[in-house]
Design a protein around this ligand. Structure first.
Ligand code: GDP
Length: 401
């Protein structure tokens, strides 16, 4: 039975992973994401009142990206669950496991090295699981970095259609910004300081021709996805930015192409537009149709994808595929045949845990109190036992509205 996943939850949600070859800049990019989203979270969110500190100061600084299976942040009103995906080949099973639970991915490339072996392996796995992707071409401040060469290398080595959404302004030590090909405006970072936002400017004269050319490439890819956009294009009308954005999103979700962004995480360039792109182009849980029924109204089922033990005991990270789970509920672990009681539910943030009363379909969070649940086990409603296959999953089908 195949059902469309429709959750009544009104919040916006993205479950995503950051994938890279070792050293391409996954950790730096993730830390920058935590920094920028930390700012917006502090300003915008209401549930801080229930937050409590749960990490030692050392862990607060860096540890979360290393020690946690998933971390929750917010960007412009959208909740992002970042799922850890190990870069090293030795962790292939873990990569499979994380690809099993995420809905979309940011793939980080080294602007000098381009497509590296582990990226290629992980790319194929992401193809297998049909994970929609955005490429972040990083380290453009480095000597020898070349955005366009990496784009060409991706097309050649990965056999994928790459559509740049930006072109870089300046190269190597002089890399200072990007031209956004949707708005046709330049975004310039004057300092390396992460707390300094970019400023908007006109497109530099020497890039006008290149930007016009790349814009045509972008528009041509986008309008293939959307009849109204195509009609406007054929008629020679301007295509509104939001129409273009929606068409690009369709293309990403359908796997027709991969958008590419330019940046340098280390120099704090390009990470805010990357976060915008995550929200604009990567799928929400309800965009994905998975086998077996995935509505919040269906009986509860979840996959335990990582167990992390610390001073507070074992935290079982789960992806909820259907139904709801409240604090105090009893679940059936169909892998062991035992029932267990949920004592607490945690959303894990960079510097704190937030207790949740309830998890619903689409959520990724940690359960505290389970004693016999291991990675790969299925938890389900005791009255409706199911087993979710861990590795050889039914391939999800992206639902394009
Ligand atoms: P990971 O192995 O993919 O997690 O890579 P890291 O984020 O740990 O980065 C590997 C190295 O590259 C570190 O020394 C970083 O400081 C450096 N690095 C990361 N991003 C950039 C960048 O944008 N520019 C430069 N020049 N170095 C970077």
């Amino acid at each position: 039975m195949t059902k469309t996943f429709r959750t009544p939850v009104t919040r916006q949600l993205r479950n995503l992973g950051v994938i890279a070859h070792v050293d391409a800049g996954k950790t730096t990019t993730t830390e920058r994401i935590l920094f920028y989203t930390g700012e917006s979270h502090r300003i915008g969110e209401v549930h801080d009142g229930t937050a409590h500190m749960d990490f030692d100061p050392q862990e607060q600084k860096r540890g979360i990206t290393i020690n946690s299976a998933a971390v929750t942040v917010h960007w412009k009103g959208t909740q992002l669950n970042l799922i850890d995906t190990p870069g090293h080949i030795d962790f292939n099973i873990e990569v499979n496991r994380s690809l099993r639970v995420l809905d979309g991915a940011v793939v980080v490339f080294d602007g000098v090295a381009g497509v590296e072996p582990q990226t290629e392996t992980n790319w194929r796995l992401a193809d297998k699981y049909r994970v929609p992707r955005i490429a972040f071409i990083n380290k453009l401040d480095r000597v020898g970095a070349d955005f366009h060469r990496v784009v060409a290398m991706m097309q050649e080595r990965l056999g994928v259609r790459v559509v740049p959404l930006q072109i870089p302004i300046g190269a190597e030590g002089d890399f200072r910004g990007v031209v956004d090909l949707l708005s046709l405006r330049a975004r310039i970072w004057d300092k390396d300081d992460a707390s300094e936002p970019y400023r908007e400017a006109d497109i530099p004269a020497d890039l006008a021709e290149q930007a016009a050319r790349e814009r045509v490439r972008l528009v041509e890819a986008a309008v293939e996805q959307d009849e109204a956009a195509l009609q406007a294009y054929v008629n020679g009308d301007d295509i509104a930015v939001d129409v273009l954005r929606a068409a690009i999103r369709k293309g990403v979700l359908a796997g027709a192409f991969v958008p590419a962004l330019a940046g340098s995480a280390f120099k704090n360039r390009g990470v805010e537009p990357l976060l915008d792109a995550v929200v604009d182009y990567l799928p929400a849980p309800e965009d994905i149709v998975r086998d077996g029924g995935e509505s919040a109204a269906d009986p509860f089922k979840a996959l335990a994808f990582k167990v992390v033990t610390d001073d507070h005991g074992a935290k079982v990270f789960v992806r909820v595929y259907a139904g709801r789970l409240a604090r105090g509920d009893v679940v059936l672990n169909t892998s062991t045949g035992k029932t267990e009681r949920v004592s607490r539910l945690h959303e894990v943030h960079a510097d704190k845990h937030i207790e949740r009363d309830e998890l619903v379909a689409g959520d990724i969070a940690a359960i505290v109190g389970l004693k016999d649940t291991l990675t790969g086990h299925t938890l389900s409603d005791p009255a409706h036992p199911v087993v979710l296959e861990e590795i050889s999953v039914p391939e999800p089908v992206i639902h394009v509205a």
